[in-house]
Design a protein around this ligand. Structure first.
Ligand code: FAD
Length: 406
């Protein structure tokens, strides 16, 4: 019977353990937290967006996003749903392809997975931090802060540095590098952004819907419409998370990053000018701030007028057509420089990681070291928001689990 060590009891490690044990291997999971699956519990605001029915390589970034094509094919949605049923987990499938546990509680996912791996005979050692992995002849030695054990094969499923408060470490990269693997520089993703503006802290807490355009080196890169929320450090909201992977990757490469907010995306510029003209014509004696409050949130109106160099108390009838156009322009294209991300502590995931060029995507085995496997976020693959990150973690974990036991 093959002796297998899985380093990391997260999504990919648990899935791999299930398949390896069901294939007849003697499986041990090492987890340095006091329990497995902490990110599963925290995911999707406690609901766990467990998978997406429509995942393809286009939903991922990395040096070679096509790496995921074979992996995702092996875990079709139909197969995943049956697997979930078989371990007692029912799913709620949304129209846009996102799936959640029917219970609407992330805990259900972990309870089902934990009981499935325990039934399959997997040994879980918690509060045990792996500090080194070495290979002598055909055996791997797994060193923890408590002891050293030998295994036939090892799976590195340590995830990324995102959310260290949940136990995330960069250890997987250290282990991989020690075996000669290339690590692509890591960067926070699905993360809030820091802005260079004196006014965003004064708008902290203001939420609205906007079309956000990301500019990299002054070139329009991505457009997303959704919620934005100003914060003391900069800006957050779902639309910001959705552009954050590209913004963060560009910042990593020292590129200039900026965003432009269209606060009323349903109108084109001409329509916006006539809308403002009509609004102002109906309240000619109002001050411009009071009048703008009929269009956009009051606090935003305050600082937008400051950027337009117009006093809040200016009477609407005193504005000339050029000033009206300037207001329409700012409402449609309010620009901010992005200086940084809010960091790994606040990120859901990380870009970069173990180069996929040195890993066989049909088996998840290292191309450099026989018997060494990788799965999940430790690899240089990062998904969009919407269940895609778990999708890859489950799929790569399943393949690694089947193969590692052979
Ligand atoms: C707040 C939050 C919400 C999220 N929501 C979603 C969502 O709804 N949908 C989605 O698809 N994705 C979501 N994600 C992303 C998703 O959780 C990850 O992509 C996924 O968990 C990656 O699985 P993994 O197995 O690669 O890593 P992880 O799940 O992070 O597991 C790695 C494990 O390894 C352990 N470990 C690390 N180093 C060591 C060591 N040296 N020794 C022993 N153990 C070690 C860690 O403690 C951890 O338990 C969310 C992430 C966060 C932080």
């Amino acid at each position: 019977m093959k002796k297998i060590a899985i380093i990391g009891g997260g999504a990919s490690g648990l899935m791999a353990a299930l398949f390896a044990a069901r294939s007849g291997a003697n499986v041990t999971i090492y987890e340095h937290n006091n329990s497995v699956g902490k990110k599963i519990l925290a995911s999707g605001n406690g609901r766990c967006n467990i998978i997406n029915t429509t995942a393809s390589y286009e939903d991922y970034a990395g040096a070679d996003p096509q790496f995921v094509t074979y992996t995702l094919k092996q875990l079709s949605f139909g197969y995943f749903e049956k697997l979930c049923h078989s371990i007692g987990l029912l799913l709620d499938i949304k129209d846009d392809g996102r799936c959640y546990p029917l219970s609407n509680e992330a805990k259900s996912v972990l309870i089902a997975l934990k009981s499935a791996v325990s039934e399959a005979g997997v040994k879980i050692i918690t509060e045990s931090k792996v500090t080194a992995i070495t290979k002598n002849d055909s055996l791997f030695n797994v060193q923890t802060d408590q002891d050293k054990q030998s295994y036939n094969n090892v799976l590195i499923a340590t995830g990324s540095e995102a959310a260290p408060q949940l136990g995330a470490t960069a250890d997987g990269y250290i282990f991989a590098r020690a075996f000669g693997h290339e690590i692509l520089p890591t960067y926070p993703s699905l993360v809030q952004l820091h802005l260079d503006s004196k006014n965003h802290p004064k708008m902290a807490g203001v939420k609205t819907t906007a079309e956000v355009t990301l500019f990299i080196e002054n070139k329009s890169n991505t457009k997303v419409t959704g919620d934005i929320l100003f914060a003391a450090y900069g800006i957050s909201g779902l639309a910001i998370l959705d552009i954050s992977q590209r913004a963060s990757h560009a910042l990593l490469h020292k590129q200039r990053v900026s965003i432009s907010l269209n606060l009323l995306p349903r109108y084109d510029r001409g329509e916006l000018v006539s809308l403002i003209e009509k609004l102002f014509a109906s309240v000619p004696n109002h001050d411009v701030h009071t009048a703008l409050c009929g269009l956009i949130p009051a606090k935003i109106a305050t600082y937008l007028l400051e950027d337009a160099a117009l006093a809040l108390t200016t009477t609407v009838s005193a504005l000339n057509p050029k000033e009206v156009k300037k207001l329409a322009h700012l409402i449609g294209e309010w620009k901010f420089e992005v200086t940084d991300t809010h960091g790994f502590k606040h990120a859901e995931v990380s870009g970069g990681g173990v180069s996929t060029a040195q890993v066989n995507n049909k088996t998840m085995e290292s191309k450099l070291v026989e018997g060494l496997y990788f799965a999940g976020e430790v690899l240089d693959i990062v998904g969009r928001r919407g269940g895609y990150n778990f999708n890859f973690a489950w799929a790569s974990g399943m393949i690694a689990g089947k193969e590692i036991a052979k």
